[in-house]
Design a protein around this ligand. Structure first.
Ligand code: AMP
Ligand code: GLY
Length: 426
């Protein structure tokens, strides 16, 4: 079978690498892909952009693709799955209506409230309804979120009410374009974050291995929010008891609720969870896709054939399959470009990849492209050096050994990925 992966980041490189490892798969196409997918055995890049839904449908048809897996949120929120289905093509992901869980935080908060799923108390405001007094009455810090897709730039954690009002007003005035026309203002939650990602087939759920991301740019969780600077799996904060609570209090009511409302959910579903001290799993956000960089360590640990799992989901038979996992831990360190996330410096040559290829672990590419034979930086998050080990500490050593042999001007990466697991968070 031929598989198509939509997207160009580290998540998509990991998806393509994993699908190419399947003996059922003859070729993996990646649209548009990066320098890493260009060089991966059995993988071919095709220059169709991930938001060009019509172009992707044509590509899947002409290439006789049997399974498409969509990486990023924009095409999902744009209705790629509906378009593929209309053409009788198999595409793993949620349709446009349930993808609103990520596409509209206002919609997600309403849904969570309707189904009594734990989440921060919030109000949604528009330019017409915004009353700064409501914000001034709130306890600080106050979290201000643009409702629409904002590529990781839509959340401000304001330390004062004045700052919160300014953030909301800037969003409502159009600082983030369409994404900020509605703004969610919510209470700040304490606790430890985890990424809880499942596959769903409309009614059944297959939970994937747990993971934890590191959203801030700098060591010790300081600096600006980013798309994610590193992740590891499994996440010790998700104990068996917490796992059970997340499934029962968050995932199951979400999948059931969506089906009951006529929006059955098929695809990866990512719940960003803040685990409170008493174990309450509060939903911070939903994503309608796999996480980046969570995908990289999670797929390193997946022993099962991902194409089999996706096909079972598309057939509504997810209850008939199991995912088996490598018992070892996996950890990925994101190497970013100088100036990320605001103004990443691009175009520099990446060296040392041949040396890295001889070491244990795997470098997944994200913002890279080929210029002739040379790999060059072409995006904010450039690479994800991913290692495995019997402990998180060992996986961390392997990942950093990889990162340390790769060079480009101004490379930025955290030195403490996995610190919560290493500190023994309990
Ligand atoms: P989101 O895109 O909604 O997940 O927000 C981005 C990041 O902001 C999250 O990963 C959290 O670290 C932080 N965050 C979001 N909402 C809250 C909240 N209500 N309380 C505390 N931190 C939050
Ligand atoms: N790593 C966070 C995300 O994929 O949204």
């Amino acid at each position: 079978m031929k598989v198509l992966i939509v997207g160009s980041g580290g998540r998509e490189h990991a998806l393509a690498w994993k699908c190419a490892a399947s003996s059922r798969v003859t070729e993996v196409l990646v649209a548009p892909g990066n320098a890493g997918t260009a060089r991966e055995p059995k993988v071919r890049n095709v220059s169709v952009q991930s938001t060009d839904i019509g172009g992707l449908v044509r590509l899947a048809r002409t290439e006789a693709v049997s399974l498409t897996i969509v990486g990023p949120e924009a095409p999902l929120v744009g209705g790629i799955v509906d378009a593929f289905q209309q053409d009788g093509l198999r595409c793993f992901g949620p349709r446009q209506a349930p993808a609103r869980l990520e596409g509209s935080k206002a919609f997600a908060k309403e849904f969570l409230r309707r189904h009594r799923i734990p989440t921060a108390a919030s109000v949604t405001v528009t330019r017409d309804s915004f009353d700064p007094e409501v914000v001034r009455r709130q306890r600080t810090p106050i979290v201000v979120k643009a409702s629409g897709l904002a590529a990781g730039k839509g959340v401000v954690i304001a330390q004062t009410a004045t700052e919160a009002v300014a953030a909301a007003e800037a969003m409502l005035a159009g600082r983030l374009g369409e994404a900020g026309h509605e703004v969610v203002i919510e209470e700040f939650l304490e606790g430890e974050e985890a990424s809880f990602i499942v596959m769903a087939d409309g009614s059944h759920v297959l939970p994937l291995a747990t993971s934890q991301d590191h959203k801030r740019l700098q060591d010790g969780d300081r600096g600006p929010n980013t798309g994610g600077m590193g992740a590891y799996s499994p996440a010790p904060v998700v104990t068996p008891a917490i796992h059970e609570r997340i499934m029962r209090e968050v995932i199951e009511p979400t999948i059931r609720g969506l089906a009951a409302e006529g929006m059955a959910y098929t695809g990866f579903l990512y719940a960003g969870i803040m685990v409170a001290r008493d174990g309450t799993p509060n939903v911070l956000e939903f994503n309608c896709r796999f996480g980046d960089p969570e995908t990289q360590p999670i797929l390193m640990r997946l022993r099962s054939d991902l194409t089999v799992l996706c096909e079972a989901a598309l057939d509504g038979l997810l209850d008939q399959v199991q995912a088996t996992w490598d018992a070892r831990a996996a950890l990925g360190v994101v190497m970013a470009a100088e100036g990320y996330p605001d103004a990443p410096r691009m175009g520099d040559a990446v060296t040392g990849l041949e040396g890295a290829a001889k070491l244990p672990g795997k470098i997944f590419h994200a913002g890279t492209r080929l210029s002739g034979d040379q790999v060059v930086v072409s995006g904010g998050r450039v690479l994800c050096a991913t290692g495995m080990g019997t402990t998180v500490a060992e996986a961390q050593k392997v990942a950093y050994a990889l990162a340390n042999v790769v060079h480009y001007r101004g490379a930025v990466y955290r030195r403490d990925i996995g610190f919560r697991a290493l500190a023994g968070h309990l």
